[in-house]
Design a protein around this ligand. Structure first.
Ligand code: TTP
Ligand code: MG
Length: 399
């Protein structure tokens, strides 16, 4: 799909938990309602817009909130009701497209590129969706942003919250984002904000005009987002929770070099799929089956989600080393990526090497052209160059 020509909508209910409470108990309407669904941690989950006028917001401590708003109505949260209302919310969204990516109970991206009405009159459709949500939930209000990509739609839905509706016309993305404070950009948390401020950067437009590579690899992605350039697809929820590849050997295998060769190949198939899907994974899983069907997994978690060959290979080899150390013949090995996300993390000054990223992309395109077995990283010269899965694997005794 031509990325410039898409119609992406971001829908986010206003003060969701607090609004549900106000719906269920009309005495709470117009009042400062503060929900702390995790009282053990003593933090605010959300606050009604009436309470936000006192400066109360999500993630602040209850103690702080009580200081700012002593007259607030403090509630512990009622998840069952929130889930029920969330279901109603998604029922409305599903009337308009099957391409829905749910981000939380009250928030979703919709890809409406194929929707005739969205093409002709996006604002009219958004208005209709807002009305349908209000009616179907008996009173919940949504804010909606529409743009040609995720980042623009998301920022647009926040732009006029609460009860907002913002349409960013094609071609105006960069101009729309430019005057906004850097925190408006998803992925910029307090840590990144401080780092950018140290460079004297206050607005999204100032990020957009930075020269490439000043902020490292992740920084380059952020520069693109700040210009309203974002090729990420809307990933239908319920789609893959993990990506994995595995190989069952015809014979039990114990040769460490051979196992490593195969595990490296499987790993690179997994990372290539991640890159194709434009998703990142935080956890690599090694599956191994000893002779006799005894199957185990071990896993390793990265600091930040990644799709990089080098990072995956490094983590996988540590896991494999532990398995090889057991010196037991193996029947199967598999490599998986879980903990998937399409969100680019805010780790701005990450060490990940841009050259490695370029190499990953080059290897992907070679494999796309010449087949999966054409090339991979660091294969020993004696490694099988055909489909190794169909090759006769030597018996243990022959190794
Ligand atoms: P949000 O959509 O971020 O917040 P919101 O709906 O309360 O307010 P608005 O969208 O108008 O800014 O989150 C949805 C729900 O998720 C929120 O009602 C409560 C819960 N939540 C937490 O429990 N902890 C948090 O830190 C946040 C941000 C949200
Ligand atoms: Mg919300």
């Amino acid at each position: 799909m031509e990325t410039l020509n898409r119609c992406i909508m971001h829908v986010d209910l206003d003060a969701f938990y607090a609004s549900v409470e106000q719906l269920l108990n009309s005495a709470l309407k117009g009042k400062p309602v503060i929900i702390s669904s995790d009282s053990r941690r003593g933090v605010v989950s959300t606050a009604s817009y009436e309470a936000r006028q006192y400066g109360v917001h999500s993630a602040m401590t209850l103690a702080q909130a009580k200081q700012l708003c002593p007259e607030g109505i403090y509630l512990p949260g009622d998840f069952k009701s929130y889930k029920a209302y969330s279901k109603l919310f998604f029922e409305v969204l599903q009337r308009h497209t099957p391409t829905i990516e749910s981000l939380s109970l009250d928030e979703a991206f919709l890809d409406l590129s194929g929707n005739h009405q969205a093409r002709k009159d996006p604002v009219g459709l958004a208005q209709e969706i807002k009305e349908q949500i209000l009616e179907h939930t008996n009173g919940l209000i949504a804010s909606i942003g529409i743009g040609n990509c995720k980042v623009v739609a998301k920022v647009a839905s926040d732009y006029e919250k609460p009860n907002g509706l913002t349409y960013v016309k094609p071609g105006t993305e960069a101009a729309f984002l430019a005057p906004l404070p850097i925190r408006a950009l998803p992925g910029i948390g307090p840590a990144t904000e401080t780092k950018l401020q140290a460079f004297g950067i206050k607005t999204v437009g100032e990020i957009a005009s930075l020269p490439p590579n000043l902020l490292g690899n992740r920084g380059n992605e952020l520069i693109l987002l700040s210009r309203g350039i974002d090729s990420r697809e809307v990933i239908v929820s319920g789609a893959p929770k993990s990506i994995s590849r595995e190989t069952t050997f015809e014979y039990d295998v114990i040769d460490p070099q051979y196992l490593k060769t195969i595990a490296r190949r499987l790993t690179q198939e997994v990372t290539q799929s991640l890159r194709e899907e434009k998703i990142y994974s935080k956890t690599v899983v090694l599956k191994f089956r000893f002779a006799g069907f005894e199957t185990h997994t071990s896993q390793s978690t990265f600091l930040n989600p990644t799709d990089s060959d080098i990072e995956f290979l490094g983590a996988m080899e540590v896991l494999l080393k532990n398995v090889i150390a057991k010196q037991r013949p193996l029947r199967l090995i598999g490599v998986g990526a879980t903990n998937l996300t399409d969100i680019i993390q805010e780790e701005l000054f990450a060490t990940s090497d841009p050259k490695q990223k370029v190499l990953d992309q080059k290897l992907d395109s070679i494999r796309k052209r010449f087949g999966q077995e054409a090339i991979s990283r660091g294969m020993p010269s004696h490694a099988p160059q055909n489909d190794f899965r169909k090759l006769d694997i030597p018996k243990i005794g022959e190794l």
